[in-house]
Design a protein around this ligand. Structure first.
Ligand SMILES: *[C@@H]1O[C@H](CO)[C@@H](O)[C@H](O)[C@H]1NC(C)=O
Ligand SMILES: *[C@@H]1O[C@H](CO)[C@@H](O)[C@H](O)[C@H]1NC(C)=O
Ligand SMILES: *[C@@H]1O[C@H](CO)[C@@H](O)[C@H](O)[C@H]1NC(C)=O
Length: 381
């Protein structure tokens, strides 16, 4: 009797404790973001570069879209899973004039974008002229003119009204950023030393800060900022003479990420009413690559859609290009049998499977600062 009574008592206490824990977690309501506005590079480009400079060729898009869909992957990107996770449609690219619907946001990212404007052409360096400051101009233009059009006092109207966001989408929307990787790798591809690239980081982050402040000045309050991934594990950066991820480049990424995190702390103090979540993409990507087999993946450093060499990657011919072999022309990417068990798609970007894994890793907020889930990223911790 006595024993049983004590057990019941303990059980009761446990239930009480559990209920309180649940209360603490759900006392904050889901945010109900009406829109997502994204700024970035190819890691989150859903059709910008394709619209401006020619479509990403097949086999890009084969897994999910069953054809090219403006993304550098066999399927969806982390930003697609974010939009979907918030119950919103996939984001249309701002630059894509065809079939776009911006009711629930817009994507300003383009492949090869940097934070700082570059002094080289796209032809010389592969970097996009649509750097973050240009994406900011585009966002400002989008904000102003979409509202003029919706009010119906512009020359155009009609159907466009149903393709553009309501005013509250801008104040209540989530602003996502995934950019900076190309500022680091671009410098290295232009033969700067790691020390020289490091020395440029204050200027890079200063310009990043300008872009975030500009959105805040237009009424944006909720920010979701990805840090940069382990660039030293990508075949286009890897030292082909060594096995595994190249440490100096990963150290550079981590150095940059620490400075970015410091900037985010600073922005929280400076920007009135801003709620900023810093998301550790590096940790997610590195965990997957370094423990690939544990999570059901194979050949963690090898490109799926590529050709030749230790990592199935050739700087001269990319995914979807053509090579001659034994007198026959073959499509680069035909060799990629099962992208669902591969991490690296084309030597630079990730597969849909890796992107889904990364999204699942970050969505609950355990690797964010503050640790808050995606759907609650309008609340301060
Ligand atoms: C481009 O050139 C300008 C003027 O010399 C310089 O201030 C800027 O830092 C350069 N940008 C990059 C990305 O190197
Ligand atoms: C654009 O998308 C919204 C939301 O999904 C939808 O309600 C609307 O009908 C779409 N507009 C057009 C013109 O298809
Ligand atoms: C960088 O160095 C490599 C090897 O020395 C050279 O082939 C390449 O032309 C250089 N690139 C630039 C942009 O100077």
């Amino acid at each position: 009797m006595e024993q049983g009574g004590r057990k019941t008592h303990v059980l009761f206490l446990l239930v009480l404790l559990a209920t309180q824990l649940v209360n603490v977690t759900i006392s904050k309501s889901l945010c109900d973001f009406p829109a997502v506005f994204n700024f970035g590079d190819s890691n989150s480009d859903t059709g910008g570069l394709s619209a401006a400079f020619g479509q990403a060729p097949p086999p890009n898009g084969e897994t999910f879209f069953h054809g090219p869909a403006g993304r550098y992957s066999d399927g969806r990107l982390v930003i697609d899973f974010i939009a979907h996770g918030l119950g919103l449609p996939y984001l249309s690219a701002f630059l894509d004039a065809l079939g776009s619907n911006f009711t629930h946001g817009a994507n300003f990212a383009t492949g090869g974008s940097t934070i700082r404007p570059q002094n080289t052409t796209r032809h010389q360096s592969g970097l996009s002229p649509i750097s973050l400051n240009v994406q900011s101009y585009q966002f400002n233009d989008f904000h102003l003119r979409s509202q003029t059009i919706r009010k119906g006092n512009a020359k155009v109207g009609g159907v466009f009204k149903d393709l553009l966001p309501k005013p509250e989408a801008f104040s209540r929307g989530l602003y996502t950023f995934d950019i900076g990787q190309n500022d680091l790798t671009g410098g290295l591809l232009l033969n700067l030393t790691i020390e020289q690239v490091k020395a440029s980081i204050p200027d890079i982050l200063d310009q990043f800060k300008t872009a975030v402040k500009s959105v805040h000045g237009r009424g944006g309050r909720y920010f979701w900022i990805h840090n940069t991934g382990p660039i030293g594990c990508l075949p286009y950066v890897i030292n082909p003479d060594k096995i595994g991820c190249t440490n100096p480049f990963n150290e550079l990424a981590q150095f940059y990420n620490q400075k970015l995190k410091d900037l985010v702390d600073q922005l929280r103090e400076e920007l009135h009413g801003a709620v900023i979540t810093y998301v550790d993409i590096y940790k997610a990507r590195y965990t997957l690559i370094s423990q690939a087999s544990k999570y059901g993946f194979e050949h963690p450093l090898r490109a799926c859609c590529g050709h030749g060499g230790k990592y199935n990657y050739n700087t001269q011919v990319g995914c979807g290009g053509k090579v001659r072999e034994n007198g026959k022309e073959i499509l680069v990417g035909k060799s990629c049998k099962d992208p669902s068990v591969m991490i690296i798609w084309d030597g630079i970007h990730y597969t849909e499977a890796a992107n889904k894994w990364t999204f699942d890793y970050i969505v609950e907020g355990s690797f964010s600062d503050p640790s808050i889930p995606l759907r609650m990223a309008c609340h301060r911790k």
